[in-house]
Design a protein around this ligand. Structure first.
Ligand SMILES: C[S@@+](CC[C@H](N)C(=O)[O-])C[C@H]1O[C@@H](n2cnc3c(N)ncnc32)[C@H](O)[C@@H]1O
Length: 513
């Protein structure tokens, strides 16, 4: 699909109709489509940005309104209409929103070589669990022990607030998956990809979109871009697009058992950072499934930039992709966020997190499963945050939950699913002691049950306030920490659920109106 001013104008006009009806998100979506189709240096880019600024003004998102006015001006917005934009800009300047920073920060000193994890975390290995992570310090409920940014992630189709195939690509950043309240800029070449910032755009262009752009329609046929192929493109780019260098390094490391603990990530996000992350990714454990490589062969053997490279290195490239599929099969992680919904045009405090894509995360991939985990994973701004949800004693292993928690499903059903997907028999505390599911749990402390009920009722009211939410998190943390011996009682499990829901709220609350 080629850029087309004609189409760009039609989409903008459709956006204007939604704007008139005050259906702001639908209007933004149409303006995004208009931006994607606008031809390079055409006035249509400026018009779509200007119209988007009007929507953000009505939505009271004043920073976004101002930045869209600036985009319109820098894309040659016609002089004769500038006055309207200038007036809108003046009105915005008195009403700037307070934008909150990310809420979650590491609770302990960071590891010197791996600054995104706590220094108490160590890698261990044994025959039962394979590689796993332990802590050499006691950890308390609420402690944030790691905040990992994916090596790369790909959006999934369910993540869009409007699930119409023609509109799927205008709702999230193709690099970090943020919706950024639809404040996205188009790829300058194709009509199907948008980014939330210049950083994301430059990163994508440099490391993979240059290879995805010419075949984007084909890649998006199934709705989502393939992770294994994207990792191949990034790997090749890290090695200066030189297949021989790439091949040498991959072959040298193919049987290594290295992890992020073998590398240094202390320098800012430079090339070595990405290279080290890549090397720890390709050494992760793999499933034994055999994936069909025909779709990859079809794409690469006709790729406008990589056809010759592929034909000369067919066996190596297909083997690399097979291994990446197998690694992804065991180590994919859902990336979650709330999704925009037509009803929350004015609120930034969104409630539910849903899966918006998959990410490859070399640290998270070292954490084993338990049906009664001691950490929970939530996402904030595309990063995966690990929060302690039950006290962890010095020397103990960190456990996350891959599938269903014991509260949701019976032991038999959990174990069957885990065995089918990951080929291990779960021997966690909940499985060993056959803990009851939520419905069958008993109450152990009537006073705490009262507190749990009250907290639960308060959860029904939308608290668009970080301080209040944060105070409630504190209450939950203290109860869960102090009463851990009673776990799993009905009241503690309710409080644990509230604690998780409040943490999600804190991760989503970004704008104060
Ligand atoms: C994401 S990896 C975790 C790291 C892994 N232990 C390793 O050595 O690379 C997932 C794999 O770890 C193993 N695993 C995870 N949880 C486990 C558990 N509770 N008991 C035994 N093996 C487990 C399974 O082989 C699973 O496919």
């Amino acid at each position: 699909m080629e850029k087309s001013n004609e189409k760009s104008i039609i989409f903008r006009q459709e956006g204007n109709e939604f704007y008139k009806k005050r259906e702001f998100l639908s209007a933004l979506l149409k303006y995004n489509q208009s931006l994607c189709y606008a031809e390079k240096n055409s006035e249509n880019l400026a018009h779509a940005y200007a119209n988007r600024s009007a929507v953000y003004f009505e939505m009271k998102l004043y920073e976004k309104c101002l930045s869209n006015i600036n985009y319109a001006i820098s894309n040659n917005y016609p002089q004769e209409n500038l006055e309207i934009l200038n007036k809108r800009s003046e009105k915005c300047k008195d009403q700037v929103n307070k934008i909150y920073e990310n809420y979650f920060k590491l609770s302990h000193q960071a590891n010197k070589r791996i600054p995104f994890i706590a220094s108490s975390l160590q890698l261990n290995h044994d025959t039962k669990y394979g590689k796993h992570v332990i802590t050499n310090k006691n950890l308390s409920v609420g402690d944030v022990i790691a905040i990992e940014k994916p090596f790369c992630c790909v959006p999934i189709i369910e993540s869009r607030f409007v699930k119409i195939p023609e509109l799927n690509n205008y709702q999230r950043c193709n690099n970090c998956l943020r919706d950024n309240q639809l404040d996205l800029t188009p790829c300058s070449f194709c009509c199907q990809v948008m980014f939330c910032s210049t950083d994301c755009q430059n990163h994508a262009m440099r490391f993979y979109h240059k290879y995805e752009c010419p075949i984007i329609s084909e890649l998006l046929k199934s709705g989502s871009i393939n992770m294994a192929l994207r990792i191949f493109f990034i790997g090749l780019s890290i090695f200066d697009n030189d297949i021989e260098k790439f091949k040498k390094c991959v072959n040298e490391n193919r049987n290594a058992s290295k992890t992020i603990f073998d590398y240094n990530f202390s320098s800012v996000e430079n090339e070595d950072y990405l290279k080290n992350y890549f090397l720890s990714l390709i050494c992760l454990s793999r499933s034994t499934k055999k994936f069909s490589l025909t779709p990859y062969e079809n794409i690469l053997s006709t790729h406008p930039l990589l056809q010759a490279v592929f034909n000369e290195n067919r066996e190596f490239i297909l083997d690399f992709i097979q291994r990446q599929c197998q690694i992804s099969d065991h180590n994919f992680h859902g990336i979650f966020s709330s999704s925009l919904s037509a009803s929350d045009t004015l609120s930034d405090m969104r409630n539910l997190q849903m899966s918006i894509g998959s990410g490859s995360l070399p640290f998270a991939s070292l954490i084993n499963h338990s049906c009664s985990p001691n950490v929970m994973r939530i996402c904030e701004d595309g990063k995966v945050v690990f929060i302690v949800c039950r006290p962890i004693q010095k020397g103990s292993q960190i456990f996350d939950c891959y599938k269903d928690n014991f509260l949701m499903e019976s032991k038999e059903s959990r174990q069957l699913k885990l065995f089918n997907e990951f080929a291990f028999k779960c021997e966690c505390e909940a499985c060993e002691k056959n803990w009851p599911t939520f419905k069958a749990l008993t109450m152990k402390d009537a006073k705490l049950m009262k507190i749990a009920k009250k907290l639960n009722e308060e959860m029904q009211i939308i608290i668009n306030n970080r301080n209040q939410t944060s105070k409630k998190v504190q209450i939950c943390k203290e109860i869960l920490q102090k009463n851990f011996e009673n776990y799993p009682s009905m009241e503690l499990c309710i409080i644990q659920k509230i604690f998780a829901a409040l943490c999600l709220k804190l991760a989503e609350c970004k704008v104060l109106f």
